[in-house]
Write a protein that binds this ligand. Sequence first.
Ligand code: RFL
Ligand code: PHB
Length: 394
Amino acid sequence: MRSRSQVGIVGAGPAGLLLSHLLAQRGIDSVLIEIRSREYCEARQRAGVLEDGSVRLLREAGLAARLDQQGIEHGGIYLQFGGERRHLDFRDLTGRTVTVYAQTEVVKDIISRRIADAGPGAIQFSATDTEVADLDTDRPVLRYTSEDGVRYEVTCDAIAGCDGFHGICRPAMPAGTLTTVERDYPYAWLGILADVPPSTDELIYAHHPRGFALHSLRTPAISRLYLQVSPDEDIASWPDERIWAELSERFALPGWTLRQGPVLDKGITPMRSFVSSPMRYGRLFLAGDSAHIVPPTGAKGLNLALADVAHLAPALDGLLRGRPALADAYSATCLERVWRSTHFSWWMTTMLHQTPGADAMETQLQLSQLRYITTSRAAATSLAENYTGLPFPT
Ligand code: RFL
Ligand code: PHB
């Protein structure tokens, strides 16, 4: 079946969902297709920390009713190393904060808003065999098969590839168009969601000889914790008791105990830095994880995805009205923030993780850097400024 839409969007993660909403607010219609089911998208455990600018963006877009009620504002983090836990006060250092609000909730909020605004067909879930074609023309085409087996061909003015790292849009760009810079890290994160109140008031990033650990949270009743493990680790060799024992050891501090509870979800995530540029070919634009990946230590991936589409919505609006300046600047504008976050995430990651086979020099340099950050206001301010995030486009 043939149809027409101003913008075709591939992928209903945070980037694609927010883009479809921001375009609708500008009076631009879009078709949004997603390979997974709605249930899957709403349950996929991922990020939890929103930068100050992400919160403002969601608020300005009218998407923050639940975020404002349930999000937990955090004015700092703890860095733990060498048997001590030291606090960094972001409010004092930058005047800014971050908000803990799960990506699952951001996704649920935008899905329900899109369906309320545009009806049950606003998002085509469980679509298969997605293709993008005619990318050298002003009328690129998006093809997919809907959940009920109908093949669609949508002629668009532009297509947004918001389909994540494993999507089809980036590979659809002609060979030789893209330059890719990447690094795989020799470790991974084992993450758990646990039915137990957090044992801390702020996130704890712990450097430990046995490996990095992170204590985060989702709600006052649900904790989210991570352990550095080997990238080839089998989740089956990590029964819940082993995970809690390892976490307790890495966070150990006299007079403090880690509360334990039932594990609701667990999984292993590889760690990678990846930047593919430019983020545009003709009228195909990439946004979010489809163009770049950062290791999660800096809590940047979701925020970068939101910042990309904050640029992309006005850029597409201009392009469709014959004013291509913002679209022409889109890739370079986004890549500036992407590279800042790529550096910050690499820096946090390499400062806090144990590299297999690392020598005493590496360990001492990490510890020295951690002491410096927690004693020098200038060094602490640099971390705080990056963590709370650069100003967002408005
Ligand atoms: P997503 O969320 O991957 O969404 C892409 C969507 O595209 C769909 N898709 C397709 N749809 C149609 N046809 C196809 N052929 C398709 N192929 C794929 C997918 O099913 C999916 O729904 O990308 P997006 O929107 O760019 O959003 C990026 C974020 O999800 C990601 O950067 C963050 O989750 C990264 N991240 C974190 N970011 C933060 O800002 N703060 C954090 O605290 C944070 N913690 C994390 C994280 C990522 C993690 N994992 C599991 C990778 C913690 C973890 C453990
Ligand atoms: C999370 O809560 O999932 C989280 C928090 C901070 C990070 C990464 C993940 O750096």
